[in-house]
Design a protein around this ligand. Sequence first.
Ligand code: ADP
Ligand code: MG
Length: 683
Amino acid sequence: MFLAELDQSVQKLKGVGPAAARAMNRLGIGTQRDLLLHLPRAYEDRVTPVTIAESLAGIACNTVAEVIAHDYIGAGPQKTLKVYVRDNSATGALACFGRNFLASRLRPGARIRLAAQFAYRYGEPQTSAFEFEPADGPQQLFGRILAVYPLSEGLSQALLRSALQQALHASARHLEDALPADLRGRRGMPNIAATLQQIHQPDTLAQAEAARRALAYEELFMLQLRLRSRVLAGSRTTRPARLLPQTLQQRATAGLPFQLTADQQTVLQEIRADMQSGRPMARLLQGEVGSGKTLVAFVSALAPIEAGGQAVLMAPTELLARQHAENAAGLLQPLGVRVVLLTGSVPLRARTPLLEAVAAGEADLVVGTHAVFSESTRFHDLRYVIVDEQHRFGVVQRAAVLHKGHNPDLLLMTATPIPRTLALTLFGDMETSTIRNLPPGRKPIQTHLARMSNEQKVYAHVRGELEAGRQAYFVYPLIDPNDRSELRNAETMFERLRDQVFANFSVGLVHSRVPDAEKRQRMAAFQANQLQVLVATSVIEVGVDVPNASCMVVEHAERFGLAALHQLRGRVGRSDLQSWAFFVYADDLSEEAKQRLRILHQTGDGFAIAEEDLRIRGPGDLAGLRQSGFLRLHAADLNRDGDLLEQARSDAAELCSDDADLLQHPGLQRALNAHDRLEELAL
Ligand code: ADP
Ligand code: MG
């Protein structure tokens, strides 16, 4: 939403002095526009009557009562006034902590409108949180739905309500609609002035929710429009549709020692259809670690390669790039495909001839880290860009590599399962493909939750596995004891595990403060089974593949997000060995937090876990998805507004494809420009 001329300071409003303005500033409110967008966090229904007796069920009381008597709690200067009131259902006590002055306004015999939260205490319905006004005066706090706002120190609900009342009144004629009237009409949305009026001062709760949804729709719609105009796919041109050869693909799949899963075949068809279509592909491929995404990516690259083009695969780490290149070579070189590995550790002298080969079109598939796709890398004819673990790359890096070709097809891969609403929000401009099922024959990982005082059982189990020749990971939330003393940390536990618990095995340590060369060396030692136990922080989340490791122990599991824990669990179970995950939690963990961990025990479905994470923690926190520039949602709630998101997405797509006139709507253009400025900041 864009509101012209609303940039005046809130201090212009009556009753908002410098102190209140500073308090509002702490909430991010500077201008009247900001104030109008400070949305209620809840509403109080002061319309529907609720008696004192009914309110004992835990709902807010909204009644007319008579004051019947005064009493005092305690004695002396500290004594507290207690006012007994009665409505037609029960008698209740108002405890006036710090408000003994109310005695004169609550004289016995007075009739008041009363809003309160009663609870049964000391044998009677009692409350210390209440509001009232004389029943024979005009209705000010009653007879309507009251918005309840997020506050900061120095602000009161009354002050915010009064400031908003003025801002609504003053702003009405300056409000400009971002959404074209046509579109609003089609979706049955009121204009922005009415929407804001109804969200701040609704007649009914239903009206408030309808207004919130209207605002949420607008927010999501603008988001989708922005996504569509983003470098990835939006402005890219069309091209002639064509058929691509498939001989190499057929030979590659026929040569595999296994059958592609049904999901893999479907994804390959989806990619082929995109590549043959008249628009460059922009597709997100989701699938858990080990589900066979990379294999699909390699096989799919064979079509453009056979047609004479080049493909590139970007990996987030040197280690992954190396693994990918080896696998690609094994699969593709027998078919005559020339695979080249480009990473930072290839010395410049060795890299130069490789770069020349890429520029001359003598390399078909280039695998590397983003560091090497710098200015100096030129392609002969780049037609396909594959990005592994997409969330590790910024939009800018992706755009840079796309520009190395002429509208190449783009495939982003992610092993972080993304709930559909979130995928649509972050990647609304892309199609998604999903590999849900792992290849057959993998044994499900056995997951156990254990409290920390039971650690010996966990350690004993791990010792058994080590004695059988397997390996184990131990993961901690902190690096060293300086960080936060009450939590276990990797360095201290490394010493303990090495010297005491697993004294007859080799134990190694990696975390982000270990120098890179050292880290690489230790990882290689673990890979080669020279180390049996690897103690780490969550740095090992992405890209480590040691099939012989059969145990994942995460201590202080309560400190990790569910999605992160699921990713960590995915480090084991990478062969036909039975594998175990132990999530060890602090002894004093609350029942609720334990409940949260239990979902890991109940399901191995990363999507279900990600949905749960989204439900509990909101979108900003999902592992690997901190692209929060896209996620500053005020009105929309991804857990509740999935339907709006789908509508907004299809409306935005339609508008972009064939409603050029609507797209020129001035309010919309201004809103988009305002958003663009925001987005530059976010990137
Ligand atoms: P991802 O990229 O999703 O982590 P990969 O493509 O690296 O998964 O595959 C993981 C392992 O599973 C590889 O060793 C691969 O060869 C193997 N694999 C892939 N698809 C299948 C399949 N359909 N059946 C059996 N094994 C498979
Ligand atoms: Mg992978």
